[in-house]
Design a protein around this ligand. Structure first.
Ligand code: ZN
Length: 67
């Protein structure tokens, strides 16, 4: 019946527990953790979540490379 919804199947999967928000340290807006950059201020959210940059946007040198 609702064939149109088939197209958004992938999106609905993301809506589960994995969907988390993070408050952008620069503009204080809630953005997807999965977002690569903040849609509001272009802050590098992904790099921040990964710990590559700090809340000021400065590159963080990782002393411990853990994998
Ligand atoms: Zn932002």
């Amino acid at each position: 019946m609702m064939k149109l919804f088939n197209m958004s199947k992938k999106n609905s999967e993301i809506k589960n527990d994995e969907t988390e928000y993070i408050v952008c340290p620069r503009c204080k807006q809630e953005v997807f953790k999965e977002a690569i950059v903040c849609p509001f201020c272009k802050f590098g959210i992904l790099a921040y979540v990964n710990g590559d940059i700090d809340k000021n946007g400065d590159a963080v040198k990782k002393l411990n490379k853990k994998k």
